[in-house]
Design a protein around this ligand. Structure first.
Ligand SMILES: Nc1ncnc2c1ncn2[C@@H]1O[C@H](COP(=O)(O)OP(=O)(O)OP(=O)(O)O)[C@@H](O)[C@H]1O
Ligand SMILES: [Mg+2]
Length: 305
């Protein structure tokens, strides 16, 4: 990936940064296939192919683990920027007082510890795409600087006086309701409208259960290949359980459950390791689960079996 070369090539980065970036590199090498054929997912994919070739800013919303980053990568891959960098910034993971420098870079001596000039992520992403994950966590001051980038295509490094022109496509994501953040005064409404030019809302897995069997097959194959196991089928009981489970952690949770179950599996038929279903584990044993009757009946059947 283009972004990998850029990240590795900067020898001035601190050890801590290198750790974070290595994580990104590993993620970038993962398979980027978007699996599923539900109507809800088809709608998302159609939006992706419409917006990808443009330079429009995209705001991807949805619960945790629904595939927001996967969609951002797909938009970049299908754009005319695909041969350039795709740079991810998790706005929630960078300390608030460092986020401006992380995004826009800083000049030597601009704050204690700024021993030399450092390029920010916007400069590293030049010509490509920047993915601002958890954009709702940006401090208000940085929101103003981001608004300027979106409107005027320029920014200044922290401690700098010169405006730098930028040609970077912005894709932002959040699992928070930004309208609530606007009401609370923690997110600028002008930035929201500027980001929300082309919204894509990722449906939770429980609203596209038709995708579960094909996702299960895909993840079982993938995980079995990685651990060198030969798994040929899946028990009906397991597939029913996976279909009826509410998946609060969405596709990431499904992936994790399958990875664990494949490791535990000792036969050629895949069966799900129930102890790894976090939502089931959280249910207090003595009380009724707070789920629709038909679903709780199904789950109860499976627990007895
Ligand atoms: N339709 C899909 N097909 C295959 N894999 C998927 C699909 N959707 C998501 N995944 C996988 O599920 C995991 C979570 O996806 P991703 O990181 O894009 O979610 P997210 O919405 O960004 O989550 P978070 O809000 O927690 O950051 C990843 O490993 C991703 O590859
Ligand atoms: Mg994400």
């Amino acid at each position: 990936m283009a972004s990998v070369a850029i990240f590795i090539a900067d020898p001035k980065m601190s050890k801590g940064h290198n750790m974070a970036l290595r994580e990104e590199i590993d993620k970038g090498s993962m398979c980027d296939e978007i699996v599923g054929s539900s109507g809800a997912l088809q709608k998302v994919l159609s939006l992706v192919s419409k917006v990808a070739p443009t330079d429009a800013t995209v705001l991807v919303t949805g619960e945790t683990g629904t595939g927001k980053e996967l969609v951002a990568r797909a938009i970049h891959r299908r754009s005319h920027r695909s041969s350039r960098a795709f740079v991810c910034v998790n706005c929630a993971a960078v300390p608030r007082d460092l986020i401006a420098s992380e995004l826009f870079g800083h000049e030597k001596g601009s704050f204690t510890g700024a021993l030399q000039r450092r390029l920010g992520r916007f400069e590293l992403a030049e010509g490509g795409t920047i993915f601002l994950d958890e954009v709702g966590e940006l401090p208000l001051g940085t929101q103003i600087a981001l608004l300027r980038v979106l409107q005027e295509h320029e920014f200044e490094r922290v401690g700098g006086t010169r405006s730098i022109r930028t040609n970077v496509r912005v894709i932002a994501a959040t699992n928070r309701n930004l309208q609530v953040a606007i009401q609370a005064g923690t997110f600028r409404s002008d930035l929201f409208y500027r980001l929300n030019v082309f919204p894509i809302d990722m449906p939770p897995l429980r609203e596209r259960r038709e995708d579960i069997p094909v996702l299960v097959e895909y993840f079982v194959d993938d995980c079995a290949r990685k651990v060198g196991k030969n798994i040929q089928g899946i028990t009906k009981e397991s597939l029913d359980l996976l279909r009826s489970y509410p998946w609060p952690g969405n596709i990431r949770e499904l992936h994790n459950v399958i990875e664990r179950s494949v490791i535990m599996c000792e036969t050629k038929n895949f069966s799900v390791d129930k102890t790894s279903l976090s939502w089931l584990a959280q249910q207090p044993l003595a009380t009724e689960p707070k789920i629709p009757l038909d679903l709780s009946e199904k789950l109860a059947d499976h627990e007895i079996a």
